[in-house]
Design a protein around this ligand. Structure first.
Ligand code: PEP
Length: 252
């Protein structure tokens, strides 16, 4: 059975350290019992050092929700990938639609992706159309977004890349995309990746789906959507829901 990757994006939750510690403890307890699933949680920056571990293969990987493209210097409020690597962070979400909505362009995303890769961390690059038109224009929009966002990746590091396909209209909407449509779009994304990095890299790239995943729909989306895993927002901070999700996904 292929190992699935489940990433929990906590976003700006929870609001206290004690709640965060409790949530992490519960995720870790469940993750330790999974045989076929790698769990990564992405807490807000202030909580990260509470959860990183010096063990080579921790039962829960730690990710960040953003990173800047410079290593150090006069960049007030920014956090560099090198700092995150030093803390034991293994993954960083880059170009989430909530950040793109705040003005993060494809060009900035591309610089961040390059910096994260060079620091030795896996970027989880979020891509996805804002809506779907009847004429298929969204396919061009998606292609351009992917090409521009990945424009600065050194080919030697392409195998470290993770893509999260997140149609913006499906995020936080209670209705995920139809699994058959996810499968189709993932094939389309792999074709674009093949144009950029070659077929071999494209086939090896981990592609996640994100958008209104819960414990009920997660197994079906993995099986019929043919994705390597999921990026989970709201359900990742709901202890009973995320626990059920991890258990359900582990056996499909
Ligand atoms: C997200 O914001 O990355 C996400 C997938 O959110 P949700 O699961 O809440 O739709």
């Amino acid at each position: 059975m292929k190992r699935k990757i489940i990433v929990g994006n906590w976003k700006m939750n929870p609001t206290t350290l004690s709640e965060a510690v409790n949530l992490f403890k519960k995720v870790k307890n469940t993750a330790q019992r999974l045989a076929h699933t790698h769990v990564i949680v992405c807490p807000p920056f202030p909580y990260i050092t509470k959860f990183t571990s010096s063990t080579a293969k921790p039962s829960v990987g730690i990710g960040a929700q953003n990173a800047f493209f410079e290593e150090r210097g006069a960049f007030t409020g920014e956090v560099s990938p090198v700092m995150l690597r030093d803390l034991g962070v293994s993954h960083v979400i880059i170009g989430h639609s909530e950040r793109r909505a705040e003005g993060e362009s494809d060009e900035i995303v591309a610089k961040k992706v390059q910096a994260v890769l060079e620091s030795g961390i896996h970027p989880i690059v979020c891509v996805g159309e804002k809506d779907r038109d009847a004429h298929g224009l969204y396919l061009d929009i998606l292609r351009i977004q992917i090409k521009n966002s990945l424009a600065m990746i050194p080919k030697r590091l392409a195998n470290q890349l993770v893509i999260a396909y997140e149609p913006v209209w499906a995020i936080g909407s209670k209705e995920p995309m139809e699994p058959a449509v996810i499968e189709e779009t993932v094939i389309f994304i792999r074709k674009i990746l093949a144009d950029i990095f070659g077929q071999e890299n494209a086939l090896r790239t981990v592609i996640l789906y994100g958008g209104s995943i819960n414990f009920r729909n997660a197994p079906d989306i993995i099986i019929r959507g043919k994705v390597d895993g999921l990026l989970v927002g709201g359900e990742s901070v709901n202890i009973p829901g995320f626990t059920e999700l991890l258990k359900a996904v582990d056996v499909v």
